[in-house]
Structure formats: C-alpha cells, structure tokens
Design a protein around this ligand. Structure first.
Ligand SMILES: [Ca+2]
Length: 418
C-alpha cells in the first residue's frame, strides 16, 4: 500500500491538467507508427489502429502470463520534445493504465496515469523522447483507440538585429510569457509578458549572439509549463549595396529662386545641400524630398549658390552628387520668341538712334509702302507705329511716330523658323 501511495504521488506530480484538443497546425508524431510488444505482451488486434487517427479503430494487448502487466512501445524515428499527448481508451478498469515516456537511454521522462478515457495531457519536460510506452498494470484488456503525441512548435528565426518567434496557440491560453537566455540551460529571463499573439519579434539582440527562448502559456492567470527551447543567432546583412549618388545635377537661376534637377534612383529620398562657396562646406536646406527636382526660394538675387544633392535609400545616404551653381537675378526672359507671321523692323535715325519694332507682316508692309511713297514725294511725312506689346526699343509710349526726314535707313529682319 505504501508503494502504491508513493506511485500515486509520483503520478500526480507528473500529471498535468487536461487540456482541449491539439491545434490543427501541430503534427502527430506517432501517426501511422506500429507498436512493438514488450516482454510477454501479445496483441489481440490490428496493432497500428492506435495511431491511424480514427477514434473508432483500436489496438488491444494483453500479457500471455496470468495476472501480469502488459506493455508495448512506439519508437519515435527522431527523438523529440513531447509537450502534449492525447489518449483515448475504452475503460480504466485495468488500474491506472498509463503512458510512459523514455529518453534514448530508456530513462523515464514522464509516467502519466490515466484519469479519463479520453484525455489530453501536457508534459513539462525538456528532455527528448525516443520511446512512448503504453502499459496496463493488470491483465485486463484495454482497447487503445487513439494515441497522439505532439511536439512543441516554438520556432526562432534570426534576422538582422532581430529574432522572430512563433508558436502554435496553446488551448485556453490568454497570453504567453516570452523568456530568453544566452545559454540553453538558462537562466531564462522574461523579455515580454502576456503576449496576446502567438508570435513575437525580439529586437533587443546583438548580431552574432545565440539566444535561447521558451514561452510559457498563461491559463487562468497562471503560467503553464514552458515550451521547447528554440534558438536563433541574428546576423547582419553583409556589405550592403551603397546608395548611388544623384547625378546630372543642374541649377537654373530665376528671380529670387534657383531650380534644381537631377537624376536619382528608385525608392530614394533626397537631401538638398547648399553652400556660398564652391566645394562646400554644404548645409542641408531640405530633406526627405521625393521628387527629382527642387526649387530653392530662400535666396537673394545676385548671390551665387552652390548645390549638391544626396540620395537616401533604406536609411543609407549616398555621397554628394556633382555640384551645380546658380546666381538668382531679376532679369526677365531676354529674348522672347514672337509668334505668328512677324518681323523686326530696325530703323536708324539720322541722330544715330536705333529704334526696333516687332511688327506683323501687314504693319511692315504698311511701313514700306509709306516709306516708298514718301521717298517718291507723296504721302504724309509721319508714320505711326502701333507698338502694342512688341516694343523692342528704348521708348515708353504706346505709339511711336517716325518722321521721314529723320530716318537714315531701316532694316527688316524676318524671324526664321526653328
Ligand atoms: Ca484508432
């Protein structure tokens, strides 16, 4: 009896609370495996039925010795951390039928006695399991409908300056505590409490260091056994491509402005830098410019400004572009091209003054007719030029009067087609 109480105490110690069904994302490590009989055990039924995933088919075993326990085992192809077991049997009459987990040395990792005919059990053991055994303490037939074992699914993936963690949801968990260590055996320190999601990104890492992680589900306010240990070593990207500098920078002066244009690269933002002396030193005057052009209006006419532009892609700034300079000034467009059928009439007066008019073809024609007539002694001595907006000469009146006697010579310059 004393031995039995000790055994019961051990069972209660190892037995975890039942939980609900396994997450669909997990893999049943026993699925399709055939059990092997141990000792005097014989199978009474199709032995693989315990692992066929069908709750209606069953394996059944007994000892061929009278009143002796029976036992059979499943051998995992790869030793695995077992976190969860589901077992379904037909009865508990054989006095604590149980599941026993052995490591590769055949030492007991866990010994779980059944308290229900359909039970899901969590296992709090970091050691890897090689053998899963079913035993009955008495020679009472037990139908094993289903035996499923699941590993933990915590995974850790290293990236540049971060480690990504993800895991399968734990039934009834309201959150997860994420813990980290720099050696596999700990100590593990909480780095994030009560994570609601089933993933976490640890950004407080140093590239090249290996980190070990576990998670503890929180159920009904209490931590449940820790997960498997997952490790990752974040590493930096090597030799990132330098950001190319903008090219073909040009600066065009305007009235209290300088317009910049350049050739950039995909995904870049630009910083505009300016100096009052060639080759710098430059001061940033604008950043996060997304266009490949910029107009600097914070300038004074007559001052020469020197510009360079840098490109930034993914936080990496290029070297300076070529330098371009501009001297903003008030001058208007010095040579507007007239439109239509027009010509320039240049009249040289006897006092040496030159008058220039931008006239239509008919106005030119009128002028020439007037001049020729007057030259023949006919017509008025005065010709009126309507300057309109085409005044090219040094006068301000809207109309100008040409006196035949004062004209020394004139010239008509026709516009040429571009
Ligand atoms: Ca079955």
């Amino acid at each position: 009896m004393k031995k039995f109480i000790a055994f019961l105490a051990l069972s209660l110690f190892l037995l975890c609370l039942p939980i609900s069904n396994a997450s669909a994302a997990q893999t049943d490590l026993l699925r399709g495996l055939q059990p092997e009989a141990v000792g005097s055990t014989v199978f009474l039924n199709s032995v693989g039925n315990a692992t066929d995933g069908d709750d209606s088919t069953y394996a059944e075993a007994k000892s061929n010795l009278v009143d002796q326990p029976y036992e059979y085992k499943f051998v995992l192809p790869t030793p695995s951390t077992i976190r969860k077991i589901r077992i379904k049997v037909d009865n508990l009459n054989s006095m604590y039928p149980g599941v026993i987990l052995h490591n590769t040395d055949r030492s007991v990792i866990a010994d779980v006695r059944l308290t229900s005919t359909d039970q899901t059990i969590t296992i709090d053991a970091a050691e890897k399991v090689k053998y899963v055994l079913i035993d009955g303490r008495k020679n009472t037939n037990l139908k094993l409908f289903s035996l499923e074992v699941y590993s933990d699914t915590l995974s850790a993936t290293g990236d540049d300056g971060k480690v990504y963690l993800s895991w399968d949801p734990f039934p009834n968990a309201t959150g997860y505590n994420v813990k980290r260590a720099t050696t596999q055996n700990g100590p593990y320190v909480v780095i994030k409490s009560n994570v609601i999601e089933t993933n976490f990104t640890d950004t407080t890492v140093t590239n090249g260091t290996t980190y070990y992680y576990v998670i503890n589900p929180i159920v009904a306010g209490a931590e449940r056994p820790k997960s498997n240990v997952a490790s990752a070593t974040p590493t930096g990207t090597t030799n990132p491509q330098p950001t190319p500098a903008p090219s073909n920078l040009t600066a065009t002066a305007g009235d209290t402005k300088a317009s910049l244009n350049w050739t950039g690269s995909t995904g870049a933002t630009y910083t505009i830098k300016r100096s009052l002396t060639a080759n710098g030193p430059y001061t940033s005057i604008a950043s996060n410019v997304t266009d490949q052009s910029y107009t600097d209006t914070n300038v004074i006419n007559g001052t020469t400004y020197y510009y360079v532009v840098t490109a930034t892609v993914s936080g990496a700034e290029s070297i300076n572009s070529n330098e371009a300079s501009a001297t903003p000034n008030k001058a208007t467009n010095p040579n507007p091209q007239p439109t239509g059928d027009r010509a320039i009439l240049t009249v040289t007066m006897t006092n040496g003054l030159e008058k220039e008019y931008d006239l239509s073809a008919s106005e030119i024609s009128s002028f020439i007719s007037w001049y020729d007539a007057k030259d023949s002694g006919r017509g008025p001595s005065l010709f009126t030029v309507n300057k309109g907006n085409n005044n090219k000469g040094p006068f301000s009146a809207r109309k100008d009067f040409l006196i035949f006697d004062k004209i020394l010579t004139f010239e008509v310059s026709e516009y040429t087609d571009k």
